[in-house]
Design a binder for this molecule. Sequence first.
Ligand SMILES: Cc1ncc(COP(=O)(O)O)c(C=O)c1O
Length: 429
Amino acid sequence: MAGNRMDPWVDSYAQRAQGLTTSAIRALFSVAARPEVVSLAGGMPYVSALDSDQFADIAARVVREQGAVALQYGSGQGDQTLREQILEISGLVGVRSHPDDVVVTAGSQMGLDLVTKIFCDPGDTVIVESPSYVGALGVFRSYQCNVVHAAMDEQGLDPQSLREGLSENPRVKFIYTIPSFHNPAGLTQSYERRKEILAIAQEFNVPILEDDPYGLLGFEGEPPKAIRSLDDQSVIYLGSFSKIIASGLRVGWVIAPHGVREKLVLAAEAATLCPSNFSQLVVSRYLAEQPWQQQIKVFQELYRERRDALLQSMQALMPLGVTWTVPLGGFYSWLTLPQQLNATNMLPRAIGSMVAYVPGTGFFADGQGAQNLRLSYCYPDPARIEEGVRRLSGVIEAELELVDTFGVNGDSGPSTGSAHTHIPKSDLV
Ligand SMILES: Cc1ncc(COP(=O)(O)O)c(C=O)c1O
């Protein structure tokens, strides 16, 4: 056995584990978890807006009245009643299907993992937006996929760039997109754009993996119609209760074409035997007994107020040359720094100034994003958000002054930003 003192098994891991690396940023984020730091980094839903007594009551009744089921193994595909309720919710974004085509998962993260597992051999290509969800990139990396980024414009995934990605790469297994209130870009595809993306996918005969955890968290008008509402054969749809009820329940779902669904159930059974019956029954009761649409409105209002606080304070405080996206829902805004700055190198100084963000490189598989960062407004209250922006603006100003004085970006060593910037679990979302 070779190995090293830290890990005697270092030479024994599968190749797919080689992508699972850590970085200097991890240590910084443990500092960022201190209460004096304003964290605009993690995308944690504000679960304190839920009535915890209500959940305690539901959980107690689930155990008392349905204990024999709740505390037992269940169906690998998920509870039948919950799958029907899921279709009621998915109907709000225009997705119509049969309960047989729904698979309940431990969050949509598991859906991402299962879909990749059944479609991708090492070296197969997946096309993703530029930037893309860090948790999805982690999954694609662990299955040794070739990740190809397609550009985004203000309407989301750019059709021309998607077409190029599909033309230039063999064995594209699926197109991964987050069309509504994108993580991390904060952008939303228009209806026309969705139709265009779908038409290209159909032309190349490549399925779309549509990830939609934020679709019901829009700040104005009706929720955007899912791409899956336009074609139920070419689109695999991922949904989640994490952002509309509570992430700790770990309940999400996949709605897939028939054949894909069969494979997914087998893969899900191999991974976990079945999703948690207890969590499913809590969600199911909550949906049956509580005014959940009202609760979603509460979340929408709360996040809108926080989005406004972020945008207003950035407008007032950010130095010239910093730009950002204006999200119409969801949790995130995507910032672009003036060209000479590097968001990864700036992070230690930001945390020293008691504000945290996620540097842009983590959202790319190819090292792009040094000039970008993601800010989340979902967790801190508006006053904390304003304070966070004040601190961050000060840090950016100081960086710009450094550049003015020394002509470099205050780089204190090799960039920790790389294709594999590691982001700790609490900031993965
Ligand atoms: C775009 C996107 N997809 C999937 C997930 C995973 O969510 P969950 O597994 O909690 O449903 C997240 C979490 O933040 C996300 O932002």
